[in-house]
Design a protein. Structure first.
Length: 225
């Protein structure tokens, strides 16, 4: 996952040094962005309003955002969409109609290749890396929820995946069984709504694991000293 202050940062060359993430969180707009099934989603994290653009592109997340917005200031484009929608809704008007008929909408959105839909994200609760949490007592029983709160409170140093197995053995091997250091927020996003994990602490480390049939996950979490 990529966490940035604004959408313009998504195009910072520093992010090209690593694999382009499939998910991005933007602090300025308090949104989660992800691409799936030829749809790119922009979900507001405070109210779950979801702006979905259907498209036929097969590129990565950042490349698709470049194709979507016709203006260099993508933050202004996103602001205009969100602001126009909520202003219309507060006036009892059709929010989607207000956005797509905005006088300059077609000037900053690629309307030839992208079709906008607006609704409420209802698939599942969404993790937010922008939530501020108080430090947790990690000397008592640790649950997935408590561990995520500890991550958001800055108590965790790093997360190491010891090896995950799925029913796609070929992909597991290609990805070296997902072993190595993980992005802390990626890990939090994975476990925060997962009550299946068994969690135990030994000294300054926390072991998180789960297993069922051919599926298994194992992580070592290091607490900041």
């Amino acid at each position: 996952m990529l966490v940035v202050n604004n959408m313009t940062e998504l195009f910072d060359p520093i992010h090209k040094l690593n694999k382009v993430p499939s998910t991005a969180f933007v602090r300025e707009h308090n949104i989660k962005i992800f691409n799936a099934g030829q749809r790119i989603y922009f979900v507001e994290l405070d109210n779950y309003t979801c702006y979905t653009f259907r498209h036929l592109y097969n590129g990565d997340l950042i490349g698709i955002i470049r194709e979507l917005f016709k203006m260099e200031d993508v933050d202004l484009g996103m602001y205009l969409i969100i602001h126009t929608y909520h202003k219309a809704i507060s006036n009892g008007e059709d929010g989607l109609e207000a956005v797509i008929t905005h006088p300059i909408y077609s000037q900053f959105v690629n309307t030839n290749d992208f079709r906008l839909e607006i609704g409420q994200w209802s698939n599942a609760p969404i993790f937010s890396p922008f939530v501020k949490e108080k430090p947790q007592n990690l000397s008592t029983r640790i649950t997935s929820s408590k561990l995520v709160k500890a991550i958001l409170a800055g108590q965790i140093e790093k997360v190491i995946c010891n090896g995950n197995h799925t029913d796609n053995w070929g992909l597991d091997q290609d990805e070296n069984f997902w072993q190595g250091e993980w992005d802390i927020f990626d890990f939090a996003d994975k476990i925060w709504n997962g009550n299946r994990y068994i969690i135990s602490r030994s000294g300054n480390t926390i072991h998180v694991w789960w297993s069922a049939y051919e599926w298994s996950e194992s992580y070592t979490v290091y607490i900041k000293e």
